[in-house]
Design a protein around this ligand. Sequence first.
Ligand code: NAP
Length: 294
Amino acid sequence: MNNHKINRLALVGIGLIGSSIAKAVRGHQLADHIAISTRSPTTLARAEQLELGDSYHADANNAVKDADLVIISVPLGAYATVAAHIKSSLKAGAIVTDVASCKQSVIIDMAPHIPDGVHFVPGHPIAGTEHSGPDAGFAELFEGRWCVLTPPDGTAPQAIETVSQLWQAMGSMVEIMEPAHHDQVLAITSHLPHLIAYSIVDTATNLEEDLKQEVIKFSASGFRDFTRIAASDPVMWRDVFLKNREAVLEILSQFSEDLTALQRAIRRGEGDKLQDVFTRTREIRRGVIDYHQE
Ligand code: NAP
């Protein structure tokens, strides 16, 4: 990465992901200057208190001006507005990337605002926690995690390489994918599990008070892990389901059928069927551990 040290990196959005990038870039000395911008004065002041960057800008245009690389890390619903706002301040040859959890929608939202002569390399670090805001970031967030890049056809290879090297320098493994394929994969690995967690915890929320207290008290028996996932940022996840609607609905209908099959097996007392399914799923867990993604 040192061959490709970035002169000026602009971070637009400085929540969990933006602040983790700031810390990782600073820790690995990947940029000479980190310019930070975010929507609210409170968050900007907090980023400055935390010394996440070298300069702080209320207007994103001042952060991206002269930047070689711009990383936008805002909720999915905000990429179009941010891209439209900064487009005239991007310098020729600059690279713009993002970290959005859905790739087709972000390309639709951002690509029309990327000027000629500026490179656009959409990306998604598959790493996160249920926390948000600039205090939540940590430099190691991306270590050992995948980052998927979904560059449109014709993207300059050097721009892809620069973004790829940055993620690798922050400890990630990089994979290039078609945006639609990314959205399909993430619908099953991330979006559906979050929906299920939100749904189970909501079911508990609607229980009578006595029972609800017991669910919380005895939560170690499975429920606890769902509560962690269901504590994820409500705005981010609202946007994920609105933006990756088709892929989520498709996997959700498959899931509903499989759940109905399990329901039927329980009702009919078909222990063999249940055991078959639970044996198959163990294999997946072993695979996850083999890939060090546990
Ligand atoms: P976050 O901690 O909530 O931070 C969001 C940032 O975006 C803040 O700087 C916030 O600024 C700004 N922002 C919020 N609403 C905005 C708006 N309407 N217009 C402009 N800026 C706005 O979020 P995050 O977890 O870092 O997520 C950012 C992106 O990363 C999302 O696209 C998400 O899909 C992706 N991602 C998240 C995870 C995860 O686990 N969280 C993992 C991988 C990728 P102010 O505070 O100044 O308002």
